[in-house]
Design a protein around this ligand. Sequence first.
Ligand SMILES: *Cc1c(COP(=O)(O)O)cnc(C)c1O
Length: 397
Amino acid sequence: MSFNLEHIVRKNIWNLKPYSSARSEFNLYGDTDAARLTLLDANENPNDPLQQELAAATQNLNRYPDPLQSEVKDVLSELKGIPVDQIFVGNGSDEAIDLLYRIFCEPGVDQAITCPPTYGMYEVSAAINNVKVIEFPLTASFHLDIDKILTSKAFKEAKLLWICSPNNPTGNALLKADLEHDWQASNYTKGGMMDMPFAPEFEAELKENKRLMDLLIGGFNGIVVVDEAYQDFTENQSFISRLEDYPNLVVLQTMSKAHGLAGARTGFAFASKEIIALFNKTKPPYNVNELSQQVVANALRASESSRRQVEQIIDSREILIADLHQLELIEEIYPSEANFILVKVKNATAVYNYLRDKGIIIRNRSSQIPNTLRLTIGTPAECEALLVALKSYKDEH
Ligand SMILES: *Cc1c(COP(=O)(O)O)cnc(C)c1O
């Protein structure tokens, strides 16, 4: 017998370093004790959606689901103000990430650009599809290195440019879509100054947003993907509002974070109808199962309640930031427009292990940014538990 597994596997798959979550590192899936743990590692919404919102009909499961998810798309179309034929629904936004490589990148030939530290799946999916990744690291203050990107050979040649905004794991916005005055108006409304004239610094910021978009999206020959997994936690406008300006723009969103449905594995891509037609041609026919379609449509119809949870999470984030500032242990807290915060400490791995022993799971990001930890905003009680544990940490650990 001359069968040799390694000899017949694609080389890039044999050498693949798979995506790893904190929970798989600790074997926490299927661990009956896991319910006791405080899970602040994966940026989920800590609240389970209300049962009446989900009310999934468990009938008709003998039939295949709607391959084009019309019910979900109808609700989304209404919510986002975008036609149904500009929406793709996937098995998590991770499916959209993989499809973008499969649709646009010739294996072994084409390149994609990432701006690390950022979401790990852009690189894992590239490796699976045998696509070379060219990295343009963020600056020390976690901003895009615009000049370096624009003047590079890769910018002229790459097929995909990944921008995660707000960015995971840094938490800040990398690129802003705001152009309109209603953004200013809503800011003024919050301050109760509706009738004030628009401030010149806003005018300048809006112009700068437009300039950067024109250079980075308008000037790129491939597809620019803006991953808005954390869009619900920022006041910046969604890039969905810019789809008409840039035919090469794809915007990703997900049910996994603000909407509290990470377990239902549903994410979205918004783009021109020509690009969405390519997604639909390439995806497996029944990529989103019937149960998820029902649950997601119902949750979107009741999105008022996830909106309230998002406001609560943002309040908790600001409280936690203020509390963390009091701790000597914390050397830096990076600005966040997401449902997590990145902090710098002296010995991140020691703090991470210390919290793990106390049943609090967070994400150690030290391999990407030295001595940093990413803390998901949990319920107020979970934030308190995290704070109490951090207060009790002593450096000799
Ligand atoms: C969590 C996350 C996603 C979500 O992926 P799903 O497959 O929809 O769960 C996508 N992008 C980023 C940056 C994320 O952090």
